[in-house]
Design a protein around this ligand. Structure first.
Ligand SMILES: NC(=O)c1ccc[n+]([C@@H]2O[C@H](COP(=O)([O-])OP(=O)(O)OC[C@H]3O[C@@H](n4cnc5c(N)ncnc54)[C@H](OP(=O)(O)O)[C@@H]3O)[C@@H](O)[C@H]2O)c1
Length: 329
């Protein structure tokens, strides 16, 4: 079977290759084997390949924080999934044609779910949801400001916020995205820059913004913080700039603001397996009824992993880059 291996940490397309490896074999007791139908290339996967992610296993290593798979066999004692079921996998190393994992790590998803959307269900939809629920208590009418608003997380967050009556101020790098984001339910959009706080105030009429969601880091964090009211919370959950977040002393000390971090794994770890399964069932339902949607720019075969990785690192994409290891979707 085919599996992506990286032989070094560095420029992803230089070190990643599609290798022929032994098959995963039959499932043991409590295990599940599934064919990987598709996986996305997320910023965290790129960071993993570069060696800048929090996990840096010995080489050669296989990336892949999420995928959608179809169960081919289950071991003794596994009853919540059966051959033919679509599943997402809570564990990593998914850039392969086949996986053999612990049964408790796979979560079944409805067979009618669009495979491209299902491939992106595991990480970004719950991230968008928990950024809204786990950082500060938001009431209807409250404002949230987010950068990378046209990312998958940003686009998913807009309808999730709207459903709660929470207003979104969406920061992007180009004005041409405004109409798409407004169609998704964005209350306001703004282009990032040195005068961000003034541009935001002009649109909110000076209403306090309680939460700033930052996945750019560097000075972008300080620009978001400048848009928040006294006591506001900036939540850093990514670094598209590759830098560490910067916040001014005055906003922290005199403004009483705080800078906190978010990672999905910690958010899921505070919940029981039943709660996690229920959350994915709810998010899956919202994907199937079209409420939640993340666009895809291109799907590649696994043999073209180097080209796919190069493409995934381009700015101004219209959507995710996916890889379909077992034949095109
Ligand atoms: N902490 C967690 O648990 C967690 C979970 C999921 C995702 N994340 C983070 O969330 C962020 C978005 O992920 P995603 O999968 O939704 O992303 P995505 O769909 O791949 O989109 C990437 C976004 O980053 C923007 N971008 C790229 N380089 C940039 C730069 N140098 N400065 C500012 N913006 C830049 C792009 O804007 P353009 O269109 O203008 O190029 C685009 O909006 C990432 O940082 C990711 O690591 C964190």
């Amino acid at each position: 079977m085919k599996q992506v291996l990286i032989d070094g940490y560095g420029q992803p397309e230089e070190f990643a290759r599609c290798a022929e490896v032994p098959d995963v074999g039959a499932p043991g007791a409590g295990e599940v084997v599934f064919d990987v139908l598709a996986f996305p290339i997320n910023p965290a996967d790129v960071s993993f390949c570069r060696g800048t992610y929090r996990l840096k296993p010995p080489l050669p290593a296989t990336p892949g924080a999420e995928c959608i798979g179809r169960v081919t066999a289950v071991g003794a004692g596994v009853s919540h999934v059966k051959p033919g079921d679509l599943v997402i996998n809570l564990q990593r190393e998914n850039w392969a044609q086949r996986r053999r994992v612990k049964g408790e790590d796979v979560i079944p998803v409805p067979s009618r779910m669009d495979l491209r959307q299902a491939a992106m269900l595991r990480i970004n939809p719950p991230t968008a949801l928990l950024l809204l629920t786990d950082i500060v208590t938001l009431k209807p009418g409250d404002w949230v400001i987010q950068n990378v608003a046209n990312s998958a997380v940003g686009r998913l967050l807009i309808p999730l916020a709207r459903a709660r009556g929470v207003k979104t101020m969406n920061v992007v790098r180009r004005e041409s995205l405004f109409s798409e984001l407004k169609t998704l339910g964005a209350d306001a959009c703004v282009v990032d820059g040195p005068d961000l706080a003034e541009a935001v105030k002009a649109q909110t009429g000076g209403a306090a913004i309680r939460l700033g969601l930052d996945a750019v880091s560097g000075r972008a964090t300080a620009r978001l913080s400048a848009c928040l009211g006294e006591g506001g919370v900036v939540c850093n959950y990514g670094s598209m700039s590759g830098e560490d977040p910067v916040m001014s002393r005055s906003t922290l000390i005199a403004g009483g603001q705080s800078l906190v971090g978010f990672i999905l794994g910690r958010g899921l770890a505070t919940r029981s397996l039943e709660q996690v399964r229920a959350m994915y069932a709810d998010l899956g339902g919202q994907i199937m009824d079209g409420t939640l949607y993340a666009p895809v720019e291109k799907v590649y075969p696994i043999e073209e992993i180097k080209t796919a990785l190069t493409h995934a690192q381009r700015g101004e994409r219209s959507g995710k880059i996916l890889v379909a290891p077992n034949g095109m979707l």
